[in-house]
Design a protein around this ligand. Sequence first.
Ligand SMILES: Cc1ncc(COP(=O)(O)O)c(C=O)c1O
Length: 359
Amino acid sequence: MRTKEVIQSLHPYQPGKATSDVKREFGLNRIVKLASNENPFGCSSEVKKVLKNSLDDINFYPDGHSRQLRQKLADHIGVHEDSLIFGSGSDEIVQMLCRTFLEPGTNTVMASPTFPQYRHHAKIEGAEVREVPVKDGFHDLDSMLEEIDEHTRIIWLCTPNNPTGNYISETELFNFLKRCPEHVLIIIDEAYYEYVTAKDYPETIPLLKTYKNIMILRTFSKAYGLAGLRIGYGMADKFIIQSLNAVRGPFNTTSLTQKAALAALGDQSFIQYTREENKKNMQSLQAFCDEHNLGYYQSEGNFLLIHLPKSGMEVSQELLKHGFIVRPGELLGIDNTIRVTIGTKEDMNEFQQKLLLCL
Ligand SMILES: Cc1ncc(COP(=O)(O)O)c(C=O)c1O
């Protein structure tokens, strides 16, 4: 048997450590996972109610078109129903995009570090990956534009960027759009959209009318708290959506997932609560870092990338012994840092005490 050549040079995605494994390894009763930017407040209670009452239909295939969810979401965000596509997480849409647009002889431009799945799937399709280092955590949009040539098919803008948390301001984005050639598909990944409070964060949906080469990605995994169910969505011109539908599996989101997302969407008070708590707990973590001379990137997401006086790998290993799972920056492309998901107030207070013991 022979795989594609490139597969041998790729490493499978390394998820954050599982809580059950850490409990067993260190003989702990309680673990706080701050490693994968999940919602520490769970999800809307409406979701749980709906799921309990939805088990009778699981012998049937789901609605492959996600009609109900599509209608509700289109209405909620103000786009045409045909401009939407759903995926098993926005991860799957990234994969569909690469399958649809990339092939050997083409290239794709992205920041470094950024969400690693762009690179991963682009490589699998045999495309050249052009990575442009971030500047103080921000996308270097001028240098990214310089990397574009006639073979460029996709450029990825992750805003807020994972793992740095920095966002692209309205002025920066608008300038970029004016200068980016029309043959390049611009992906604006807004996985952390619901957390953003910055006043100059752009509202991108109206741009879909003017620019036919934009796709916006969002997810129910983060603020909506449905990471375990796997559902995300993309918004774009019909031509792009139709092309992606050609590679999409017919039943790529489940009936339970669609119902959960529908219920989650209907409970915006949960999103409001999540956003407010995240902001408060983010501010106290930043104040803690200031007090202890630990630098960090300005984040608009639900995570903070903190600079350390030593290896992030070492510190995260020490933190495990105290029951906290965080992501070492060495795995994300910025050494001597850790990326910490913003948790509940109580957990963050305890985390700060434990972090001091590990420095
Ligand atoms: C920037 C970004 N995009 C996309 C995703 C994928 O999210 P999901 O597949 O759960 O929708 C993540 C998850 O961490 C992310 O950080």
